[in-house]
Design a protein around this ligand. Structure first.
Ligand code: FES
Length: 116
């Protein structure tokens, strides 16, 4: 079996509503991951690109959080409406969706303006 060309990790972590960090999938439905899988299948790339559920990716304040490897492109605030665009633009055509990319200043820092 050939290697996957991309892995998409979709945070499906849940926390109680009172948690100050929030979480990416408060309803626990995993809708984003299911939609990524559906969009990949519809484009016939299911065996080349894999959409995996992930636990907390430690970017909770920017969630829902998605990261695409090997590109290491991080997306924040992803909604179900954004999934077809990410698949078509980034994964099929190789152009990351700039409007959804997490700012470098926000990634893996304790001093981000979004952290409480
Ligand atoms: S809960 Fe999704 S990144 Fe932490």
């Amino acid at each position: 079996m050939p290697k996957f060309e991309h892995h998409i990790f979709i945070c499906t972590n849940q926390r109680p509503p009172e948690n100050p960090r929030g979480c990416c999938d408060p309803a626990g439905l995993g809708q984003l991951q299911l939609l990524f899988k559906k969009e990949l299948a519809a484009r016939g790339v299911k065996g080349k690109i894999r959409a995996n559920k992930a636990g907390c990716l430690d970017q909770c304040e920017h969630g829902p959080t998605v990261v695409v490897y090997p590109d290491a492109v991080w997306y924040s605030g992803v909604t179900v409406d954004d999934v077809p665009e990410i698949v078509e633009s980034h994964l099929i055509n190789g152009v990351p969706v700039a409007r959804l990319q997490m700012r470098e200043a926000c990634l893996n820092t304790q001093q981000c303006e979004h952290r409480k």
